[in-house]
Every structure is written in C-alpha cells, then in structure tokens.
Design a protein. Sequence first.
Length: 405
Amino acid sequence: MQSNFVISQTIPVRASLLVAALSLWLGGCGPSGIPGFGRSSAPNPSSTTVEATELSSPGEVGAGAVKVALIVPLTSASGQSQIGQSLRNAAELAVEEFGGKDVSIIVKDDQSSPAGARAAAQAALGEGAEIILGPLFAGNVREVSAVARGSGKPVIAFSTDTNAAGRGTYLLSFLAETYIERVLDYAASRGKRSMAALVPNNEYGRLAEAQFMAVAARKKIQVMTVETYTTTTLASVAQKIAALNDRIDSLFIPEQADAMANVAAALATAGVDSRRIQLLGTGVWNDARVLQVSGMQGAWFAAPDNAGFANFVTRYQRKFGSEPSRVATLAYDAAALVIVLARQQSSQRFSEAMLQNQTGFSGIDGIFRFRADGTTERGLAVLQISNGATNVLSPASRSFSSSGM
C-alpha cells in the first residue's frame, strides 16, 4: 500500500507501509533514508495549506477523521501559560503545513496539574483519540500514561524525565543522556581522557551525574572528581576544581543557562583556565545567556543543529506574530509524525512497530527514533561557543545504524 505526499516545498517523498514488517520506509529523499517533516524551506501554500476555517475551533485543530489528542498546560495557578500556548500553536502550524484533512487534534488543557492531565486524557479518549501527544510535565505524563495504557493507546510526551517513559509512552524531548553521550563521545575522540564534573545539587544535576559516570566508564575516561555545589558553596567548590591543576583536561558542567555566568565567574576567580581545561556541557547551553559569557568561549556542548529551529521560528512568527518556546518543535514534530502515520489506512498506524521504526524519522531538530523503553535517540551536533555564537565541530548524523548512532 503506498501513498505519495509532500513534506517540504522541494522534496517529494514516497512512504510505503510494509505490512509484513509494519515499518515505515522512505525512498527518494536524499542520503538519510529517514521519513522527514522538518521543513528546510517555507511551505508551498498551494499544496500544503488548508483553509483557515478548517484549521481550528477552540478545542480542535484540523478536520480529519483520525482523532489525536494534544494535552498541554494552557493554564496554571498563576494564569495563562505561554509555553502551553506555544506548544498548541506549533501543532496547529504542523496541521496547516501538512494538511488539516488527515487528523483532528483535540486540544486539552491539563491545567499544569496531574489531576488535570488525568481528566484531560479521559475526556480525549472518550472523544475517540487514537493517540495522545503531550503532556509536558513528568507527573502529568505518568497520569496520562496510566489512563492511555488502560485503553491501549500510545502516548508521545514532552517530558525530559526518563522515569516517565515506558512501554507505549514515548518521550519526544531533549534528554540529558543523549546530550552527554554525544559530547563525551566527541571529547574522547579528541583525546580528552581525564575529567572532572561540577554538578548542581538538583534533580537535573543528579540525573546528569549518573549518566556522565556511566558514559565515562564505557569510554574508559578517568573521572578525577565529581563536585556538587549550591549557590553558597560554588566558590569553594570551584577552588577544589582549580586544585586539580593539570590532572584534568576537561570539566563537565550540567548547569542551566541562567546560572552559567555565575559558574564561569567562580571558575575564573578560582584560577581555572578554560583555554587549557575544556568545558563540556549539554544542549541547555544553546542559549544567548551562555553564548555571551566571556568565560564560556571555546566550550563544547551537544545540541540539535540550529538551522532547523531558525527556519521554524520564521514560519511560526509569520503565522502567530510571536516567538515560540524552544520546546515548541516537539509539538510540531509530534503532530507532523501522526499526520504522516494517519495517512496509512490501517489499524496499525500507531502501533509499536510503526512508532519504533528503526530507520527513524527526521524533524525540525534532526533525526530521531523511539526506543522500546520509551526514550528517544537523536542525531545531535557538537557545537563550540565562539565570539558569542556557535561553530559546528561535528555535524549531526543524518541516519541511524541498526545498532545505534
């Protein structure tokens, strides 16, 4: 069974449903061989845009027969949620660019609470949703997953907490483990073999530390010390890092963007020379607040290629008149994926075999594929901070091997 459709303005793609393998393959789309929906150019309105009247009602986007739920935090205790609206808008943009006659996306507000998420999932499934996109927060994902599992429906959620993943619940998000694996792999390939870690005393820091230690062990990287800090202990901990002197060649810092100026200042004051000790981080550094810090120039981190997001921002701004949240691409890619799969006239369109296709998919932020445990493998670039911007040191992979990247 075959259907032809256009996923970018210039690249026609043929998607084939191989019933025996229940796997989505691609032909004629360039070197990656991966089904793609992260547009590299502006959409062609004549072929992809549906009439505005078909796009949305207050709780629904699109006009297709296949029902899809989108559960996002449109409101919270403090009022309207900009990030929730951004996720909703991104899904609407995907429907507009891929065609609103394939799916109807039922938009539900989880009110930024687990109870609200559970109620939203129950309501959406009651309205016939075959798959759920979202929610964003880990506790809400668990509630939605419990409801969806009881109905045998899959979930593509946006949380970064891998504890929320599981069979039938996939996290289409930017996971710390994928960032860390990529940047440490690159560092090791460049001869970096003796490292320390400077880890914030919070949940993200603890998760990143565990992954750092696991990857370092696999790569046979010597970890000289792991120092945990708070805002009050940062200066003294930076002194401990400085005392290592030439016993380390790299320093891993899994810190958020808003705190990196203080961290860099503490390291400089302590005498840590970032020109000799390579600073390593995760994709959260891909932020102007980090790129402009003088002490961060030369640092390496893993992240999606910026080009896809930049193009998405232009299209989003053209339609909505505002800038999207960085995570808005998750809702766009999830919506685009289910639209592509919905075109397969089969009850298996959202099956495990289809969603766990080993070839993977290509979205706004590059290639990705879902693992059986619900986590996501991504193709990431390694970037270097230079003069307030980024340079690509190692480009993102454009295809997956059968055993991994």
